[in-house]
Design a protein around this ligand. Structure first.
Ligand SMILES: Cc1cc2nc3c(=O)[nH]c(=O)nc-3n(C[C@H](O)[C@H](O)[C@H](O)COP(=O)(O)O)c2cc1C
Length: 158
């Protein structure tokens, strides 16, 4: 299956996580500015950190508008959400929820939802039907769990 990761990252954390996942999955990887390349892939992984109080990472503001113009019908879609559950427990990884809401009615197949167990936060737009939309990484507070979380998620989506 042709797989690509599209990431938006302000200080490089989401980019680094995306590169690790791409290496293991043998996926291609692009910054969000190249989102029109989604055409060429069956499985697209959308990666964003969250900024402000529950806002999209900057590159995704335009990226989401461009993504919405693409035909996503039948594509498998996964998410990587990066955030800080301790300082932003009311908007933990909200960005991936914002992206999902914009494309959820376009005939996509969501893959790789994960349990919220092991995280401590109050609210998150990154949750659908009681589960996170994808791989959730918190390098600020739980970096020691990152490698295991990546591995487990990849086993799930493979
Ligand atoms: C000003 C500021 C606002 C933030 N807002 C949120 C937020 O609302 N929710 C969240 O989960 N993380 C939030 N974070 C944490 C970042 O998402 C986190 O540091 C992340 O690792 C940054 O990834 P990046 O370098 O890929 O952009 C915020 C961080 C800063 C500095």
């Amino acid at each position: 299956m042709k797989t690509a990761i599209f990431y938006g990252s302000t200080t490089g954390v989401t980019e680094e996580i995306s590169r690790k996942v791409a290496n293991i999955l043998h996926a291609d990887i692009f910054p969000v500015i190249e989102i029109s390349k989604v055409k060429e892939y069956d499985f697209i992984i959308l990666a964003s950190s969250t900024w402000g109080m529950g806002e999209l990472q900057d590159d995704w503001i335009e990226g989401i508008e461009n993504l919405k113009t693409e035909n996503l019908t039948g594509k498998k879609v996964g998410f990587i959400g990066v955030g800080d559950q301790e300082s932003f427990g009311d908007s933990f990884v909200d960005a991936i929820g914002i992206i999902y809401n914009e494309i959820k009615d376009q005939g996509i197949h969501l893959v790789g939802q994960t349990s919220t167990e092991g995280y401590s936060f109050r609210t998150s737009k990154g949750i659908i039907d009681g589960e996170f939309l994808g791989l959730i990484i918190d390098e600020n507070n739980q970096s020691e769990l990152t490698e295991t979380r990546i591995k487990k998620w990849i086993e799930k989506v493979r």
